[in-house]
Design a binder for this molecule. Structure first.
Ligand SMILES: Nc1ncnc2c1ncn2[C@@H]1O[C@H](COP(=O)(O)OP(=O)(O)OP(=O)(O)O)[C@@H](O)[C@H]1O
Length: 266
């Protein structure tokens, strides 16, 4: 998987999203993310983390302002241009979003859908190249031995690895992971976070991860972005973020519910 031709820069300029019911999802956001960055986004429930991620692949439309990927505005209308943009942006979900009755391989090939003619995919006549890309993606998350197993037979952690492989099969410039570990046990959570960090280092794919747990943000983030009521209230290194910063982002003291490993709470 060669990511050299991909870039993966993101820029929000004076960006606002107000939902039809009047809720503010994003407020005056100005933010630049460089190709290859690993960014963790934190904030309490409803702070606008998903809104931000979904704006990058055009799932949420701007009320005003712009979001650009590699210098091109994310199309605000559904259509061919938006499909081309989405080809470059892989998504990873909290609930994995696999097709449970299909094999792991078929699920990963879904990541190739935008790259092959629809009739080929429908007839399951995938070109050798696409199968190879899918298998390499499975290798990247060490799960090739499950290629021909039905997704329904996998553990949560294995399912999330397949979710990652499906995103990688797109050969994306950007990966957006929306609470990717929220459904996993602590041990598996660390494994999946390590996978995401390793893949980011190996392939240089710009990666944005929404996280609920503060200790994970600190441990695995490179850069931390904090949101509150749709506004950017923190942007800094994960190495130097303080408990005080987290309190400001959350607008309250944090509790054991905010950390995965409880002994971290002082
Ligand atoms: N489709 C929608 N229509 C109306 N309001 C919405 C919609 N989607 C999100 N919101 C609201 O926008 C705000 C930001 O939501 P968002 O899902 O981005 O927050 P979040 O930080 O991801 O929260 P969580 O951690 O709970 O997923 C919240 O107040 C939410 O209720």
């Amino acid at each position: 998987m060669d990511n050299n031709s991909n870039q993966g820069s993101i820029r929000f300029s004076d960006a606002n999203i107000v939902y039809p019911n009047g809720t503010v999802g994003m407020k005056d956001l100005n933010l630049e993310i460089k190709p290859g960055e690993f960014v963790v986004i934190v904030g309490s429930s409803g702070a606008g983390k998903s809104t931000l991620l979904r704006a990058i692949n055009g799932l949420n439309k701007m009320t005003s302002g712009t979001v650009e990927v590699d210098g091109e505005a994310v199309p605000q209308k559904d259509g061919r241009e938006l499909r081309l943009l989405r080809k470059r942006v892989g998504m990873i979900f909290q609930d994995f979003r696999l097709v449970k009755r299909l094999t792991v391989m078929s699920n990963v090939l879904i990541g190739r859908l935008a790259h092959v003619p629809g009739w080929r995919a429908m007839l399951n006549l995938w070109p050798a190249h696409d199968k190879e890309v899918a298998m390499k993606a499975l290798e990247r998350v060490s799960i090739t031995e499950k290629a021909w197993v039905k997704a329904s037979q996998l553990s949560g952690g294995q399912q999330q690895r397949v979710g990652i492989a499906r995103a990688l099969a797109q050969e994306p410039a950007i990966i957006l992971a929306d609470e990717p570990v929220a459904s996993l046990d602590p041990v598996t959570t660390h494994q999946i976070m390590q996978d995401l960090v390793r893949i980011n280092r190996e392939l240089g794919i710009t990666t944005l991860v929404n996280l609920h747990f503060l200790d994970l943000a600190r441990k695995y983030g490179q850069r931390i972005i904090g949101l509150r009521f749709g506004e950017l209230v923190y942007d800094g290194s994960a190495k130097t973020v303080t408990d005080e910063d987290f309190r400001d982002i959350y607008g309250r003291d944090f509790t054991e519910d905010d950390v995965l490993d409880e002994d971290v709470v002082g």
